[in-house]
Design a binder for this molecule. Sequence first.
Ligand SMILES: Cc1ncc(C[n+]2csc(CCOP(=O)(O)OP(=O)(O)O)c2C)c(N)n1
Length: 521
Amino acid sequence: MAKSSKIVLYSGNEALASGAYEAGLKFATGYPGTPSTEILQFLSQFDEIDSQWSINEKVAFEVAYAAAIGGKRSIFVSKHVGLNVAMDPFMTSSYSGINAGFVIVTCDDPGMHSSQNEQDNRLFARIAKMPLLEPTSPKEAKEMIKFAFELSEKFDTPVIFRMTTRICHSKENIILGNRVEAKARNFEVNPQKYVMIPKFALMRHEELEKRMIKLKKVTETSTLNKIEINDKKLGFITSGVTYLYAKEFYPNASYLKLGFSFPFPAEKARKFCQQVKNVIVLEELEPFIENNCRLLGLKVKGKDLSFCIGEIRPEFIPDIVAGKKKNEKKVVSRPPQLCLGCPHRLVFNILKKLDVIVSGDIGCYTLGVLPPFSSLHTCLCMGSGITFQEGLSKTIHGKKVVGVIGDSTFVHSGITGLINSAYNKTKGVIIILDNGTTAMTGGQPHPATGYTLKGEITKNLVIEDICRVAGADNVDVIDPTHVELLEETLRKRLSEDKLSVIIARRPCILMVQKIKKQKNS
Ligand SMILES: Cc1ncc(C[n+]2csc(CCOP(=O)(O)OP(=O)(O)O)c2C)c(N)n1
């Protein structure tokens, strides 16, 4: 086959997806979340890849992981907090190992451009004992993802592939190559490997520890962990995008650039520190590399705690090197707001009038917390709009608690909360803000839209039916432009000693055309 050599300007997400395609990827799952969303959207164009938006990250992880055990190279993609939702299968998957290659792509969001926290998912590599790869740029992401599949298959392990917002969304010229089909693998019946009852899991734990010893040897010799000796007075141990930032400010310094950062290449770090006088560890968020160096007794300098909070910007580098605290210039911010014409606005106008506590959730509607509405009082994680309604309504006296949750979030992790509320005799009102899409992340379909990631028509989940069978006493479906009816119904349901769901259904104003197009296709 002639080698393709087309050059394209791709984002890190598109580059990663292209690399995975070329590596013979056959199965891809995920749930939308900034900054990861475009990876799966990009993969969905390829006929050779079975790709899906799953209903949440736990399900996505299990489906993709099972496909890998079944014999197809597979990938799971989510934002950093998505991996928390998938933590249960994630942790035990390193015991069972894989069959065909399985890569876990986690897109972390230092600086929380669009997230509820800025956890550093590199730390999960240590807990789960999985190899960790970290590209510095889109070009590297494309090449490294191929290595990730090879590594996974060679060592029978899931591989964590960690991206960050800047790498996901910055663009670089990428050379496209040909797809190489991976060698076919068959599923083998092997309960000792795939049935994690304690006896078998103990044996697999032993395998895992042996694997870690082997992987340690690989990180020591891997070309992804590269020593560049220049000026021997100043050197950096670094990974991810901070490597490029440091290079801009200190092109003549020495570098230990880590691309395969766990298991930590201890001997390489030791060798580097022997050759360079002043070694500074440069990394975003947690002192992950720094602590690994300290455990080895290496004399390295890290960053001040103030730089563990928020993104590292290129202009911070000299201050980190000088051992200073962060001195960030404050820019006057322009708060976001619900779009004019957004149907959620109509609901929050009413909630503002009623003297109620509102337990919120994650989606566009979280903006109900800000003026002019100022009527959303809690928001922790996806699904908590309903569970907080239960916990708060059972503790706060004198005020009613209304839970709000979006349609995509309801399917993601609201349904279980509603079943719990009904089972445990909770009273009160839940409002499902159903705008017919996952608006917050750019309008992805979910089961209640009746469309798949590939735009195909599928079974349409009926939210009101789910609410009824979950145990809601009343389910009202109201277009929120019928403001008076909505207010009247909400007041009535609040006055009753029942568990009620009101579905405020009207399409997202930005997605009306998109949704119409899907329906007509
Ligand atoms: C565990 C987790 N996964 C993904 C996300 C990203 N995310 C935040 S809200 C949301 C869904 C929003 O859709 P919906 O609930 O329908 O509300 P809308 O934005 O449409 O109003 C997603 C995917 C997240 N914050 N946490």
